[in-house]
Design a protein around this ligand. Structure first.
Ligand code: GUN
Length: 279
């Protein structure tokens, strides 16, 4: 039986630690707000935004909410971001993605001051991570490092295979695992012999967005498996990118879906907000 890596519990611990830290900062007169911008009313985005605002409230950070109509022009959005960049009380700025098609995502990401880039998406933040300098780190991969460390899973010297090469998860994940001295392989849709490559992993991190794609034939006995995927079926049941029931018996440790990686993203966003308050 594999150890279940409990993201719900670990994220609750992190939020508790941050709550204490924020209270301590308040005593020293250090405060700050997170500005959360949503353009349009995509239901999934609305849920994420609500949860982020709730987390702010829980740990004691102010959140400023900007719910803009889907017709908002790119210029109007950039103007708002610039206003927030200049506002000393706003320490973090987050534009919920995706933005409507008439707005260029990369232009928006670049408009956010790197000092307030709590998502860690700005090219300067990504560059800093690449060369090992200080900066904000994308929340989901940062959360996975915390899951591994707090579950006392050794990373150094381990063979880590990442399935997926997105800017938000796969690429920053690879850089973080490299920083922890793992030997890292990034795989993607054009990788040859994917099964064989995955089977070499001591730590297999799956972020491809394909429901239950990874079955037992991809996993080495004794591996640690981290599942970033989240899929909802017609009965509202959640599953990941990994066939959990088949893979779990092979592993020493595995993240469930739900309750694994998912809760860590917001916890690490809160961590970045506290970092933004103190930098
Ligand atoms: N959309 C999906 N995930 C994220 C995220 O982590 N940050 C933002 N800003 N938008 C998202």
């Amino acid at each position: 039986m594999a150890k279940l890596i409990d993201g719900k519990c670990i994220s609750a611990d992190i939020k508790e630690e941050l709550k204490l830290k924020v209270a301590e900062l308040k005593k020293q007169g250090i405060t700050g707000a997170l500005a959360v911008i949503q353009v349009g009313d995509d239901p999934a985005s609305s849920v994420y935004v609500r949860n982020k605002k709730r987390a702010c409230e829980y740990i004691g950070i102010d959140s400023l909410s900007y719910e803009l109509p889907k017709e908002t022009t790119q210029e109007e959005l950039l103007e708002l971001i610039e206003r927030l960049n200049q506002d000393g009380q706003v320490k973090g700025i987050l534009v919920q993605l995706p933005v409507p098609a008439h707005i260029d995502e990369n232009t928006v990401i670049k408009a956010i001051s790197p000092k307030k880039d709590v998502d860690g998406f700005h090219p300067q933040s990504v560059g800093a991570l690449t060369i090992g300098q200080k900066g904000f780190v994308s929340c989901t991969p940062a959360g996975i490092i915390q899951l591994l460390k707090r579950s006392e899973i050794e990373i150094e010297g381990k063979s880590c295979v990442i399935v997926g090469r997105s800017n938000i998860v796969g690429k920053p994940m690879a850089l973080l695992m490299l920083r922890e001295n793992a030997t890292v392989t990034i795989t993607h849709s054009k990788t040859k012999n994917l099964k064989e490559v995955c089977k070499r992993a001591d730590i297999l991190i799956v972020a491809i967005g394909k429901k239950e794609f990874i079955d037992a034939s991809y996993v080495k006995e004794g591996a640690v498996v981290i599942d970033v995927g989240i899929h909802r079926d017609e009965n509202n049941k959640l599953s990941g990118d990994v066939k959990f029931d088949e893979v779990e018996p092979l592993c020493t440790a595995i993240t469930p879906v739900p309750g694994g990686v998912g809760p860590m993203t917001i916890a690490m966003l809160m961590n970045n907000c506290v970092q933004a308050m103190t930098d």
